[in-house]
Design a protein. Structure first.
Length: 144
């Protein structure tokens, strides 16, 4: 990560930096700033483990993709209520176990951000999820 991006302290600073970098023809710096904003939002959410933090990063990355597509801030309107009701890990498991790929998975994959998908998080932390969720994640990521 570029040192200028690494020292950004708030998501707002990251957004401003990304906008300026894009306008100055540095899309790679803009991407890094957006990723830094995702990290900062996940940290602020209060994850207690690395796997929870990565799951939250996945949600915030999805919101970034949605917002970029719509041209305005868009929340992950179905995901947050599930997280509130079931907790981070159980909500992610429920989402991944649905027969259809989630809209988030598809959107992240189309943008080349599949590392932020819940399925990628599950494969990085298989001990935290059921064998069925790990198998489903492996299957989905294998199709990309």
């Amino acid at each position: 990560m570029d040192p200028r991006v690494a020292k950004l302290k708030t998501p707002k600073e990251c957004e401003i930096f990304a906008k300026n970098a894009r306008e100055r023809g540095a899309p790679e710096l803009a991407d890094e700033a957006r990723q830094r904003a995702v990290q900062l939002r996940a940290e602020a959410h209060g994850a207690t483990t690395d796997v929870e933090r990565e799951c939250l990063e996945a949600v915030y990355a999805y919101e970034e993709v949605l917002s970029a597509q719509k041209g305005k801030k868009v929340p992950a309107g179905r995901t947050w209520p599930m997280i509130d009701e079931y907790g981070v890990i159980p909500a992610v498991e429920r989402i991944v176990m649905k027969r259809q790929e989630s809209v988030g998975f598809t959107a992240l994959a189309e943008m080349g951000l599949e590392d932020f998908a819940f399925e990628a998080v599950i494969l990085r932390h298989p001990e935290q999820f059921t064998a069925a969720a790990v198998a489903r994640s492996r299957e989905r990521l294998g199709k990309i």
